[in-house]
Design a protein around this ligand. Structure first.
Ligand code: KIV
Length: 274
């Protein structure tokens, strides 16, 4: 028997995401690195798929995201784009593909966009503002990434909570505002006290902040798919909830994640935040 494909939902656009944010509807994001999971995540109703360079650990078995190359990101973005039908696709610019100068960042972003990304994500503070401005002026939507920036794990001395002292909070807020003013439409806030993420969001009301270990004040949430399905081995960070714990199918676990983010029950400040 031939399977009948479910009717795809309406395409998620940047305009639609901004509308959701303006209306106070939480934005959902999960990682995917291949066509099959992209299809599953999309059909479960996740708003945004992140082709994250976390694939270095999840797919390649590396110990960090640092070894991931642009060619590898292009390959996985192409795979995801083939499986996805409706979700907004964010492609990670990997380590070394945008740090040199804004022209290098443009070339790398074009490669990801031509592979099927709708937006590129880059890590780092105010030093990336000029690049963010250069890309957005050229029609490339940008997601910034502050807090724990995994590509800088060696400089940061490990996967540590960021923004814990007054100076750290002030720097985070300054950088977030610089990036928002440079044109970043979205910003991942990773591993920081909930109060800090709340300040960044309040400072920049139009910015779509997407938290991971950053509490519930952000405009949306992101998790690594394999972590929230609890198929990643080893100790998982406190901010990960096992959405597969109740059993059922992968599709059901992802649907539970979507529902929990949308109704505000995930993250739970007592369990998943700092
Ligand atoms: O690469 C990735 O999966 C990410 C998320 C952890 C936000 O950047």
């Amino acid at each position: 028997m031939t399977a009948v494909a479910a009717t795809p939902r309406k395409t998620v656009t940047l305009h639609r995401l901004r509308e959701m944010h303006a209306q106070g509807e939480k934005i959902t994001m999960l990682t995917a690195y291949d066509a099959t999971f992209a299809r599953v995540v999309d059909e479960a109703g996740v708003d945004c798929i992140l082709v994250g360079d976390s694939l270095g650990m999840i797919v390649q078995g590396q110990s960090s995201t640092v070894p991931v190359t642009l060619d590898e990101m292009v390959y996985h973005t192409r795979c995801v784009a083939r499986g996805n039908r409706s979700a907004w696709v964010v492609g990670d610019l990997p380590f070394g593909s945008y740090q040199e100068n804004r022209e290098q960042a443009l070339r790398s972003s074009v490669a990801l966009m031509q592979a099927g990304a709708h937006m590129v994500k880059l890590e780092g503070g105010g030093w990336t503002a000029d690049t963010v401005h250069f890309l957005t002026e050229r029609g490339i939507p940008v997601c910034a990434h502050l807090g724990l920036t995994p590509q800088s794990v060696h400089a940061l001395g490990g996967y540590r909570i960021q923004g814990r002292d007054e100076a750290g909070v002030a720097t985070m807020r300054k950088h977030a505002t610089e990036l928002a003013q440079a044109g970043a439409a979205m910003m991942v806030l990773e591993l920081m006290p909930s109060s800090v993420a709340a300040l960044v969001q309040a400072d920049n009301p139009g910015l779509m902040t997407i938290g991971i270990g950053a509490g519930k004040a952000t405009a949306g949430q992101v998790l690594v798919l394999h972590d929230m399905l609890h198929i990643t081995r080893g100790k998982l960070p406190r901010f990960v909830r096992n959405f597969a714990a109740e059993g059922g199918t992968v599709d059901e676990a992802i649907a539970r994640y979507v529902a929990a983010v949308k109704d505000g029950s995930f993250p739970d400040e007592a369990l998943h935040a700092y």
